[in-house]
Structure formats: C-alpha cells, structure tokens
Write a protein that binds this ligand. Structure first.
Ligand SMILES: Cc1cc2nc3c(=O)[nH]c(=O)nc-3n(C[C@H](O)[C@H](O)[C@H](O)COP(=O)(O)OP(=O)(O)OC[C@H]3O[C@@H](n4cnc5c(N)ncnc54)[C@H](O)[C@@H]3O)c2cc1C
Length: 533
C-alpha cells in the first residue's frame, strides 16, 4: 500500500500530473525514471488499502464507496429519461483500481482511424510498441505481446463451469474460438486475459507507481483535489488544489499534465477558463481561451444484461463464503479470483462490416444494476455491448464551483444503428443461452423475459435497462478540426505547457475495453514529453 502522502519537498516541479489513475501512474513512473525530473502527482482520492480492490470478484463492492466519484448522468433522452450511475475510480490507481480487469486493446482499425483523422503517429503499427512496452504477458513475448513491462497480463486462475458452457455454446452456434483477442484477429470467443498478478488485481498503481514511489524526485499528494490550472496569459504555470479541504498550489517549470479522466479533465479545463466561451460565460467563468470542443465528443459503450436463472448451485452468486475467502487469501485461487466477466466474444452483427460492432460479455453470476442488486438464487448472464457507437454526448459545467459534479449527457441510443446493434446483441444472447451447452444449467429467462420478443419489446427493454460498460472517452479529443482539444502530441490547442493525457483524448472509442489503450496513450505521451516533443 502507498503511504497516504509523501512529504512535499519543494513547491516547484518540472511536471505536475493531475490524477493518479491509469494514465497518471504511467506518467509519474516514466517521467521520474530520469532522476533529474521532479514530478508532483496530485490525486483527489486516497491511497487505496481496501481488500475489495485486491480481490478480483469484489470489484462491484467498491461502487458508491469512498473510492468512487459516484457520478450520474443527466436524464437520458433515449432511455426514458433515466439517470444512469457512472462509477469512476477516486483512489490511487484511478479506475484501474475498481475495474473488471479485462485486458483488451480494441481493433487495430481503431488506431488506424485515429491516424486517418490527422493524428500522425497514432496508427496501429505506431502504437503497438507502446502496448508491448507496458506489458508483461505471462504467455510470453510475440509479435503482438511484450514481457517485462509493468502491466501484468494473466490467464484467469479460476473459470466457472458456466463459463465453459458459454464457450461451448459459442462454438455450437458457429462462433469460432479466438486464442487471443489482442492478436491477429479480434472476432471470436474466448476467456478474457486479465490485469492480475498471482490471482489479485494488478492496477496501474501496482505496476507503475509502487515501484517508483521511493524515488526522491516523485512527490505524491493524496486527498488533493485540483480545482484550477494556474495560467499566465495563455501559459499553464501550475495547479491550484484543495488538500484535505485547504487551498494550496504548486508551480510547474515544465508542464501541467491533466490525467483526471474523461469526466474530470474537461471539467478542470472548463473551470480554468479553457472551453466554449459562451458556455463558460453562462456559469460565470470568463474564458481565457475559447476552445469549443472541451467536453464534447463523449462516447461510451452501452451494455445491457440478459439474465437467466441457473438450475444448479454453481454460479458465483454463492461465492461469498469464508471458505472461499480463505482459499483466496492463502492460495489466490477459487471463485474470488474471478473477474466475474470471465469470457466474451466479438462479432459483426451485419454483413458488410469490416470490424466487430458487438462485444458480448459472459458472467456466471447475477449482474444487474452494476452488481448492486442481489438475488438469493443462482443466475448467469450475458452482456451484449455496442462497441462502435454513433451516439455522442457531452460533459459541461453546472456551476463555477469546482467541487460540483459536472453534467454528463451520454446520449445513449441516439441513433437507429446503435439501437439495431443492441437488439441484435440481445437476440444473440438468447441464441447462446438456448444452445445445448446450457441445457444442464438454463432456467427461466429473468430479463428481458421470454415473452419480450419483438423488436419493439426489446427496444423497450433496452431503454429501461441499458447501462454503461464504463468506457467513456473522447471529451478532450485529439485532432486538428474545430472541435479538437489537443494536438497529436496531446498539447492543448492554443495554450502553452498544458497537455491532457488520459481516456479523454481518444477521438473515437476503441472497439474493446479502454484500460490498456489509456496505458498505451500515457506510455507514448511520456516518450514524447521526455523527448521534448
Ligand atoms: C467499474 C469499471 C469497470 C471497468 N472495467 C474495465 C475492464 O475490465 N477493462 C478495461 O480495459 N477497462 C475497464 N474500465 C475502464 C478503464 O478502467 C478506464 O478507461 C481507465 O482506467 C481510465 O483511465 P484514465 O487515466 O483516463 O482515468 P482514471 O483511471 O479514472 O483516473 C483518473 C484519476 O484522476 C483523479 N482525479 C480526477 N479529477 C481530479 C482532480 N480534480 N484532482 C485530483 N485528482 C483527480 C481520479 O481520482 C482518478 O484517480 C472500467 C472502468 C470502470 C469504472
């Protein structure tokens, strides 16, 4: 565990990094490899000692606790005005300390599309070395994988029999097995590889920050909520923050780097007077720099849970026992080593698609309402997820108070194509559930319920039940057009000495999970910063 805060040795640093999440941990570790470089890392959350962070199967127990920003969207117009809960990590390690640990990079075409949008250096061939650099792939090195890096990528230590049935069901309905979602092709079904080491979560803090924490040139302050970037004209010179509620500030001779994530980085830019001038004026902030794209281009992967009763008592729903806890504690295996979403598949729902538009997760457990709703019966469920969304939302300020949560409008299911893919996903889940492989386990369909058959009924179910798969990106997008916030070196357009390095810079959400891509982005950013580029 990290010490709660390390002593502040000086008030001026070369770099101030805001946010010790997936990206911030990488930056702090890589930039301080040069012992002459002084880095201050500010983290609003705490050091993160909870056992639920370490125990893989316990991740949903972290929701709505002190390690979670506990956001909610505005009423979603296409989801019957429901407000959706959005967990985000508020702790050293950020969302990598509360996530589901799936190690998936997306499709190579995602990164090629970033390059095609004018972002030189971000094509797949150029980012692959950074994925590999960050990785310690337990299967060994290959064309697509690295060893010796800080992110430990492991095959699961525990696989539930229902998950084996899922893989058999996929094969039965003609979906081929894929030995590596991060290899040559993405399509197919497989067990997920996970960011775990020896059966415990391995967050970005474990991999990057812990090994660097003894360096005298790295200062970490926890409980430090950044409220504003300090500006001199159009140059960033430092950060104002509240440290355990008390106002403080630090200066950066080199750069200020925002790594607060997709919700908080645009919020901090806006609070600092960098964003759409008219919107800033409306909340009483005068614009230092009119940058219309800040907070726009919000994209996320929506997911819905299609659930079944299980006729045998073998799911993870009965896993929370003292015996299993001791088993995990002593040997780091058994059901508590499960990341719950143990397997999945990638699939194209329509002929003519060049890449998968659907990821379907499988969990040998009841997972509805983010795992916060519990049942006493054993269940299993499928999570069809749209991974190439057309819908775009935005993040904006509610007020000039930096402690007020920003307004989040995800705008899920705003297009017919998005809805169509999700309907196909629900139907696919049912086909899998009705494969022979599940005959020994399949009980009644819990949700949507077997009677809900037509497209209209499934649409209604989706609008009532759709949730986030926790992959929001894009609110400080990289590019050169009118809505771009950072350039291909992740420098904020029109402002000196200020970068954004986190999930918010993605121009398009990758067709897969987002933790590995964020770590890749930060690895590449650290290289660019160290090279003075
Ligand atoms: C519940 C959940 C499950 C997920 N499952 C997976 C998965 O299985 N696989 C996968 O690949 N991805 C998953 N993700 C997504 C992935 O974890 C994120 O995309 C990734 O961690 C984002 O990295 P980031 O650096 O952009 O932001 P974060 O990791 O969220 O880090 C931002 C950090 O900045 C801090 N911060 C924010 N504002 C301030 C401020 N003003 N002052 C100081 N500090 C601040 C935050 O407290 C946080 O520590 C999941 C996410 C969640 C929430």
């Amino acid at each position: 565990m990290l010490a709660r805060s390390m002593t502040v040795q000086s008030r001026t640093y070369d770099y101030i990094v805001v946010g010790a999440g997936s990206a911030g941990c990488v930056l702090a570790a890589r930039l301080t490899e040069d012992l002459r470089t002084r880095v201050l890392l500010l983290e609003a959350g705490g050091a993160g000692g909870a056992k639920e962070i370490r125990i893989p199967a316990a991740f949903s127990k972290l929701f709505k606790t002190a390690v979670d920003w506990n956001y909610a969207t505005e009423p979603e117009p296409h989801l019957y005005n429901r407000r959706l809960y959005w967990p985000r990590g508020k702790v050293v390690g950020g969302s990598s300390a509360i996530n589901a640990m799936i190690y998936v990079r997306g499709n190579r075409a995602d990164y090629d599309s970033w390059r095609e949008l004018g972002n030189t250096g971000w094509g797949f061939a150029e980012v692959l070395p950074y994925f590999k650099k960050s990785e310690n792939q337990e299967r060994g090195a290959s064309e697509f994988h690295g060893v010796g890096g800080p992110v430990n990528v492991a095959d699961p230590r525990y696989v539930n029999p229902l998950t084996r049935a899922f893989l058999a069901a996929a094969e039965e309905i003609g979906i081929a097995g894929n030995p590596d979602f991060n290899g040559e092709v993405q399509d197919g079904a497989a067990l997920y590889q996970v960011t775990q080491k020896n059966g415990a979560r391995w967050s970005a803090a474990d991999g990057f920050l812990l090994p660097a924490r003894g360096r005298s040139n790295l200062t970490l302050i926890t409980g430090a909520h950044a409220t504003r970037v300090l500006m001199e004209k159009k140059r960033a010179v430092g950060v104002a923050f509240l440290r355990d509620g008390v106002a403080d500030q630090a200066r950066a001779d080199g750069e200020v780097i925002l790594s607060g994530g997709t919700v908080n980085s645009p919020q901090l830019l806006l609070q600092s007077g960098i964003g759409p001038a008219d919107e800033l004026k409306a909340v009483g902030i005068s614009a230092i720099h009119d940058l219309p794209g800040v907070g726009k281009n919000l994209q996320d992967h929506p997911m819905v849970s299609v659930g079944y009763f299980c006729t045998q008592k073998i799911s993870l729903d009965g896993a929370e026992t003292l015996g299993n806890f001791l088993r995990w504690l002593l040997w780091k295996n058994g059901p508590l080593a499960s990341n719950v979403a143990e397997a999945g598949l990638f699939l194209r729902t329509r002929v003519g698609l060049t890449v998968p538009d659907l990821q379907l997760l499988f969990g040998p457990a009841y997972y509805r309402g983010h795992g916060l709703v519990r049942r006493k019966e054993h269940c299993f469920g499928f999570g069809p997820t749209l991974i190439t969304p057309e819908s775009r939302g935005e993040i904006s300020l509610r007020s000039a108070n930096p402690l007020d949560a920003p307004a989040i409008r995800a705008n899920y299911l705003a297009t017919v194509a998005d809805l169509r893919t999700m309907i196909a996903g629900v139907r696919l889940a049912r086909r899998l559930a009705h494969a022979k492989a599940f005959d020994a386990f399949r009980g009644e369909e819990l949700h949507p319920g077997a009677a809900q058959e037509s497209d209209a009924e499934i649409s209604n179910f989706l609008r009532n039940e759709l949730e986030t798969l926790y992959h929001p990106v894009g609110t400080c997008q990289m590019g050169n057009d009118a809505l771009a916030v950072v350039d291909a070196r992740l420098r904020v357009h029109g402002i000196e000495k200020l970068r954004v390095v986190d999930a918010s810079i993605m121009p398009r959400v990758p067709a897969g999970n987002t933790n590995a891509p964020v770590i890749m982005i930060a690895e590449k950013a650290a290289d660019m910063i160290r090279a003075g580029a």
